[in-house]
Design a binder for this molecule. Structure first.
Ligand code: ATP
Length: 234
């Protein structure tokens, strides 16, 4: 579904992605793991059009992906950014509706809002609450819910578990599986390598802008190198 080949991205003189290639099949959860600064967010931002890449290609469903963020959303890809970036002074419901701003199919929007509320009953309870007063975990739910409101085929999730209490981390990863069961494809960037590999179908390990390992997530979780570097096991 998504084919990234030989991607190179720079921030001024910093060569952040050095020929990255990854492939995501429809209906899969694919995770990108790696240390701070490995280039994980840059890779997601290149797909969603926030970061320009200088070399390489990104194909989505067999066609080159446009480079402008709103056209990328129209093609069926949405990013749930790190740090959530919700609108603190709008209600939960208004934040969700903003996710549907490029759509005009009222019935579909209504159906998707119900779906989001089914996935996150907590958001339904709090639909009139100002988003800025939600807990960190609830804000993460809201950010994911807002992403779903564009009715994407592919969802890019950047560090959804960052800074959350353990019980909320469990909830978020459970919901990621529920979203897959809705038929969506997910590209997940995570520092919580153990949870990410336990949830994903396949995985890529990035180091200093390069893919250094890839394979089925279930195999990588047992890989001695991955265990030592990312799972805290020697
Ligand atoms: P983290 O888990 O810490 O978010 P990451 O794997 O997502 O790390 P990136 O954020 O993609 O890594 O960063 C890759 C490299 O590019 C790092 O060396 C980082 O310092 C650099 N970088 C990222 N964003 C910028 C920017 N806006 N300007 C300059 N350098 C940047």
């Amino acid at each position: 579904m998504l084919e990234i080949k030989n991607l190179h991205a720079y921030y001024g003189g910093i060569h952040a992605l050095k020929g990255v290639g990854i492939s995501v099949s429809e209906g899969e959860i694919v995770t990108i793991i790696g240390a701070n600064g490995a280039g994980k967010s840059t890779l997601l931002n290149a797909v969603s059009g926030i970061v320009r890449y200088r070399e390489g290609s990104i194909f989505f469903k067999g066609k080159p992906l446009p480079r402008l963020p709103h056209l990328i959303v129209k093609r069926g890809i949405v990013q749930v950014p790190e740090g959530r970036l919700i609108f603190a002074n709008l209600t939960v419901k208004d934040n969700l509706m903003l996710g549907a701003y490029l759509r005009s199919d009222k019935e579909g929007i209504k159906r998707d809002l119900e779906k989001v509320y089914e996935l996150f009953p907590r958001l339904k309870e709090r639909e009139k609450q100002m988003a800025g007063t939600l807990s960190g975990g609830e804000q993460q739910m809201l950010a994911i819910g807002r992403g779903l409101m564009s009715n994407p085929e592919l969802i890019l999730l950047d560090e959804p578990s960052l800074g959350l209490a353990p019980i909320m981390v469990e909830t978020i990863f459970r919901v990621i599986k529920d979203i897959k069961n809705l038929g969506k494809t997910i590209l997940l960037v995570e520092q919580n390598a153990y949870k990410a590999l336990s949830t994903a179908d396949s995985a890529y390990m990035l180091e200093q802008g390069r893919v250094v390992k890839s394979g089925r997530a279930a195999d990588l979780i047992n890989d001695p190198g991955v265990k030592e570097s990312y799972l805290g096991v020697k």
